[in-house]
Write a protein that binds this ligand. Structure first.
Ligand code: GTP
Ligand code: MG
Length: 350
């Protein structure tokens, strides 16, 4: 299960977003951590075809990680330590009008908030990397080979980060990647920017926000979070009337979740039978063997071959039998690269 930390400036609507997530999942109160079953139309279609006894969607956990505030180091430090623990984050930017809710001075519009947050991430990461460099350099003993390797890597990474503001395009070997994972850097974590827009959906500085999003390789979504929470209480036909009136395009969190999956470089594959239809998440580019290991280590260990077909094929043909007759089920080995939406059956023996 992928975990998502919700953060942003104070009063940007982080708790409101948690309320929306809660409502969405049928919880009647807001909690700091909420697990959401990821809505999946492909999974629903497979259920129609297989009529399984059990249905298992993927899940996503949302955590309210708290505020990032350039004027309050202590609050920000607490938020960093919670963000360290999550796989990805949603950065909520405030673009709604509300006279009673104050802004932090100098951060009244969305692009300034986003640049402010990027600066906080950058400074914090430089501090983490330089702290580690100091510790290694000041060790009162001879460094072992791995530590020597780490030190030279740290110096290169810090230099690159200082020059580029992020580590996009920084070349790493596989064992260096492990170092990076250990530091839990904010600049490296997959991020989706969620602009909390007000009525009408327009906001100042959208072009700049989109530019920063592109530069930093982040995902993007916009949602009138406050209004969406209220609209979810209405019956569907009533809701549509109000959506039109308020100029609201979307009250659902699916697009946000899709963006989180995309920037996290994840895709979904399925296993399907009479017993269970299940969705699984794996990294893009995973092989049949990776997929087998996701299902069960024993299945990977005893891997013989995998039988694979695409969702689109079974969606069109309507049954596995039809796929067999048309030769649309492929038999593949360990190294075959699985695609998003593939349905996989692994043959194994233990
Ligand atoms: N008009 C309007 N008000 C909103 C919206 N979203 C949040 N608010 C209000 O703004 C205030 C702050 O919202 P929260 O969701 O508590 O913000 P937060 O980011 O959790 O704030 P902290 O946890 O204090 O950092 C509350 O009074 C909300 O009711 C919105 O979309 N529109
Ligand atoms: Mg809050």
């Amino acid at each position: 299960m992928i975990t998502v930390g919700v953060t942003g400036f104070p009063f940007s609507g982080k708790t409101k977003l948690m309320e929306l997530v809660a409502k969405y999942t049928g919880l009647d109160r807001i909690e700091d951590k909420i697990v959401v079953k990821v809505p999946d139309s492909r999974l629903q279609r497979l259920v129609e075809i297989y009529k399984p006894r059990k249905i298992t969607p993927t899940e996503m956990e949302f955590l309210d990680a708290g505020a990032l505030d350039p004027t309050e180091d202590k609050i920000t430090t607490g938020t960093f330590s919670r963000l360290q623990e999550v796989d990805s984050m949603v950065i909520v930017l405030r673009a709604f009008k509300n006279e009673v809710v104050p802004f932090i001075e100098g951060y009244e519009n969305a692009p300034d908030q986003l640049e402010g947050i990027m600066d906080m991430f950058f400074s914090r990461d430089i501090k983490v990397l330089e702290g580690r460099i100091d510790r290694l350099k000041n060790a009162k003993r001879k460094l072992n080979n791995i530590e020597e390797m780490e030190l030279s890597f740290l110096e290169r990474a810090t230099d690159y980060l200082k020059r580029n503001g992020n580590l996009i395009g920084f070349e790493m070997k596989d064992d260096e990647r492990k170092f990076i994972a250990g530091y839990s850097l904010m600049t490296v974590k997959p991020k989706v920017v969620l602009v909390n827009v007000g009525e009408g959906g327009e906001y100042e500085g959208k072009d700049e926000v989109l530019q920063i999003v592109k530069r930093e390789g982040m995902g993007y979504d916009e949602l009138p979070v406050g209004i969406a929470v209220e609209l979810l209480d209405l019956a569907e036909d009533e809701r549509e009337v109000f959506m039109e009136e308020y100029g609201v395009k979307e009250v659902a969190i699916e697009p946000l979740m899709r963006e989180i999956m995309r920037v996290s470089n994840l895709m979904v594959f399925y296993t399907a039978g009479e017993k269970e239809v299940r969705a699984w998440e794996v990294s893009r580019g995973s092989t049949a063997l990776d997929v087998a290991a996701t299902i069960h280590t024993d299945i990977a260990r005893g891997f013989i071959r995998a039988e694979i077909f695409s969702f689109d094929d079974i969606d069109r043909e309507g049954s596995e039998k039809a796929l067999k007759e048309k030769g649309l089920i492929r038999i593949v080995g360990k190294d075959h690269v699985v695609q998003d939406g593939d349905v996989v059956y692994v043959r194994f023996n233990v």
